[in-house]
Design a protein around this ligand. Structure first.
Ligand code: FAD
Ligand code: NAD
Length: 471
């Protein structure tokens, strides 16, 4: 084994959290090594998560739109065919372009990229099992754990990525399944259900809770998007728990039960997607060698400055607390480096947007109505439907709305919830407003270009503060 010089910072994991920390640390003049075992940088997000799923969502939407939403626009198309292999190739090209781009950025910022699996030898030393064979070790004055997360398996139903798949299998199927069952109506379940339903599969989503989209989504919004997705052909079984699965036969069978008790039922599909959440990943990391603890959900325990109980070892991203989102991981990565370099950093956890990239998209930031109700916080609401927005009308895409929630006394913004074709872009305006402590009047009095979908955002603010003009 060879041993390299001591670094200012050793990062374990080259996902979004790890590579962003590496670039930021390089920019700050630190000597950095980043250890990644996957063979490519970018982690779950770039390789098997955000990026490939958005490629498939974008192109499957285009296909679906050409088939079902073009004639009335005056566009007559002939023979429309799906070339699934090419669809997958386009996705792979986006992924490889971006992961190579990240590798270039590490180089540009003087980061040593070590391809292998890292494991703590002691509080300052990480042993690396190199991908190309052999071993090395790196010493760091500081160490950052950024090992991410993995799929939560469904007990008794082994994932083979062909018939019983996780999101990783769902972005790489070689043929469109006839019948697809999705366990879990969270974001992964709904995004993947959208892709395969658009490409021709008969999809049923089974969700334990009474609402889809996960508990963070505003209830009114969740109900509304469920209706829209149902109209697009996705079947839903909410308030229904998958109890067990059986893949011994040709068809995969799921035993489901009403969450509130009731008659059990057997559902059948040729492919079953397991999308019941993700869990922190620390396998082989050797946390036990240095006595680092995890909580009951497997998350590495840290303080508000991302320090573990060994202060020079910090941790960010999916492997620790907070929402499992790429942009949250990035914010933390930058803040952790600032703590190391300057002694202070900042992430506003009340102001992290969420986006579900279905069509239309769903996006939100801040608090939902049900959260405010539960906390006994008074609030006022203003909504504006896209059906009253001129640009949405000209685009013939009028489904959805902007819902704004503000403090009834001070008018300060508390939350924004959007269903709309570009909700994921529009939420940036809500996030900025929330971060700056804007009131709904501040937004209502800000000039928005016409004709844009963003005018719906302004009008929702007008409705919150006084009255909308166009509705
Ligand atoms: P990861 O991206 O998981 O990276 C951790 C890396 O560490 C991995 O590459 C792993 O190989 C490496 N590693 C682990 N252990 C070791 C070790 N011992 N030695 C060396 N390397 C190691 N989030 C969004 O914000 N928007 C989206 O649209 C979105 N879409 C998603 C779609 C899917 C299908 C999935 C699964 C996730 C999606 N996410 C999305 C979530 C997002 O991918 C994660 O929040 C994000 O990747 C977390 O970054 P991370 O760096 O903490 O972890
Ligand atoms: P999730 O936790 O969001 O949703 C899982 C859903 O499965 C929940 O609604 C839960 O009630 C349900 N469920 C659990 N067990 C069940 C059972 N036995 N029967 C029926 N339903 C059951 O998890 P996910 O959708 O797998 O996503 C994982 C993570 O990845 C999330 O943290 C998410 O934020 C992130 N992600 C984000 C994006 C995005 O930002 N666009 C996209 C994909 C993934």
């Amino acid at each position: 084994a060879t041993e390299s010089e001591e670094k200012d910072l050793v990062i374990i994991g080259g996902g979004v959290a790890g590579y962003v920390a590496a670039i930021k640390a390089g920019q700050e003049g630190l000597k950095v090594a980043c250890i990644e075992k996957r063979g490519t940088l970018g982690g779950t997000c770039l390789n098997v998560g955000c990026i490939p799923s958005k490629s498939l969502l974008n192109n499957s939407h285009l296909y679906h739109q050409i088939l079902h939403d073009s004639k009335h626009r005056g566009i007559e198309v002939g023979d429309v065919k799906l070339n699934l292999a090419q669809l997958m190739k386009a996705k792979d090209q986006s992924v490889s372009g971006l992961t190579k781009g990240v590798e270039f950025l590490l180089k540009k910022n003087g980061v040593e990229y070590i391809k292998g699996a890292g494991s703590f030898a002691d509080e300052h030393t990480v042993n690396v099992k190199l991908n190309d064979g052999g071993e090395t070790s790196v010493k760091g004055k500081n160490i950052l754990i950024a090992t991410g997360s993995e799929v939560t398996p469904f007990p008794g139903l082994e994932i083979d990525e062909k018939r019983v798949i996780s999101s990783t299998g769902a972005i790489a199927l070689e043929k469109v399944p006839e019948k697809m069952l999705v366990i879990g109506g969270g974001i992964i379940g709904l995004e993947m259900a959208s892709v395969w339903s658009r490409l021709g599969a008969q999809v049923t989503v089974i969700e334990f809770l009474d609402q889809i989209g996960g508990p963070g989504m505003d209830l009114e919004v969740a109900k509304s998007i469920q209706k829209i997705l149902k109209k697009q052909g996705i079947n839903f079984k909410t308030g229904t728990k998958v109890v067990s699965g059986d893949k011994s036969g040709e068809i995969v069978k799921l035993e489901v039960d009403s969450a509130k008790g009731g008659k059990p039922e057997t559902l059948e599909g040729d492919v079953v997607l397991v999308a019941i959440g993700r869990r922190p990943y620390t396998e082989g990391l050797g946390l036990e060698n240095i006595g680092l603890e995890k909580d009951e959900r497997g998350r590495v325990i840290i303080d508000s400055e991302y320090r573990t109980k060994i202060p020079h070892i910090r941790c960010v991203g999916d492997v620790t607390f907070g929402p499992m989102l790429a942009h949250k991981a990035e914010e933390e990565a930058v803040a952790a480096i600032e703590y190391i370099k300057k002694g202070y950093g900042h992430v506003n956890y009340g102001c992290i947007p969420s986006v579900m990239y279905t069509f239309p998209e769903v996006a939100w930031v801040g608090q939902s109505e049900q959260e405010l109700k539960k906390a006994g916080v008074p609030y006022k609401i203003g909504t504006f439907p896209f059906s009253a927005n001129s640009r949405a009308k000209t685009n013939l895409d009028t489904e959805g709305m902007v819902k704004m929630i503000a403090d009834p006394e001070t008018d300060r913004l508390l939350g924004v919830h959007i269903i709309g074709p570009n909700a994921g872009e529009m939420i940036a305006e809500g996030t900025l407003a929330l971060e700056y402590g804007a009131s709904s009047e501040d937004i209502a009095r800000t000039c928005h270009a016409h004709p844009t979908l963003a005018e719906a955002f302004k009008e929702a603010a007008m409705a919150t503060y006084s009255k909308a003009i166009h509705f």
